[in-house]
Design a protein around this ligand. Sequence first.
Ligand SMILES: Nc1ncnc2c1ncn2[C@@H]1O[C@H](COP(=O)(O)OP(=O)(O)O)[C@@H](O)[C@H]1O
Ligand SMILES: [Mg+2]
Length: 338
Amino acid sequence: MQQPSSAVLLVGEALVDEFHERQVAGGAPFNVARSLGALLATGPGSQAPVCLVSRIGHGDAGGALIRASLQRFGLATDAVQIDTTQATGRVTVSEQFAADGSPAGHSFHIHTPAAWDFIAAEPALAALETLRPRFFYFGTLAQRAAVSGASIQALAERARGLGCTRYLDLNLRAGTDTPELAAASLAQADWLKVNDEELDLLLRWFGRAGDAALNPLGEAQALSPAVATLMQRFGLQQLILTRGSAGYAAFAADGALLAQGPGLALPRMVDTVGAGDAFSAMLLAAQLSGQALANSLALANGYAAALCGERGPMPEDDAFFLPWRQVLKTAMPRGEAA
Ligand SMILES: Nc1ncnc2c1ncn2[C@@H]1O[C@H](COP(=O)(O)OP(=O)(O)O)[C@@H](O)[C@H]1O
Ligand SMILES: [Mg+2]
């Protein structure tokens, strides 16, 4: 069998987040693809080995915004399908405020249907076949509707056959936070990325009695037996847990703690939009650059924290990426770590 290349193929939603006063491109797979594009670029105008499979509307303003953003991050548009009936996806974001007027996070309304609900399998499978990527990235939100749901399952199945590492960022959102969809996705995953709340839900749904109660309590080590049950049930190779300001932990298939790290003090906190996506992107970029896992996770933690100092899921200024590109080039490759 041909060896998978050092590329990443990502499938799912590319959409427009509509804030009160501005519109920005978003969607978890799109955020991860854009960070990868910036981190893996080898020079000005070069195209990183990153392929985003999604679907946008024909000739609408949202689609134009997404195309412009793909271009900015050096990503090809060939696998972004055009829908002549459905419009580019939209999310209405409302900023919430506490009684004293201080910011209290965001609430989202994810409009349906959207072009990204209709990702066609055939061209997506052709892209996968051509690229034979090392990583296949997917999530649950884009599986909410029948067409994209079936396409993503077919892609994951083929990715298994091609020997890709299938990276699932569960990213549970209202409407797709069902045990059925989680189980179908977990069954197609090799690596799983979850945040604290998502792990909590998985342990409630699929764990043994009492497992869920272990999660929010500090020590990652204490989670090992519960995580082992979950991973064995779904045949997972690796579980990456992000814990917001408390950092991260990674577990092997037998539940053993592989690595963990503390949350980093932020020089400035703007928002946590896309923090998990940033973490996934740097983890994958570092793995593709030949870094050992522990080092890759530490870099991901640093990159995600830095992105919390930028407004929205991507920084305005491309200069943000320069030190991270440099770090990826100079960090010690696998096997040479002290
Ligand atoms: N308040 C914070 N301080 C420092 N780092 C943070 C903070 N919030 C998020 N991060 C970084 O972003 C990563 C992902 O955030 P998390 O909230 O766990 O994921 P998700 O966005 O998927 O819910 C964390 O592991 C950490 O590296
Ligand atoms: Mg997340």
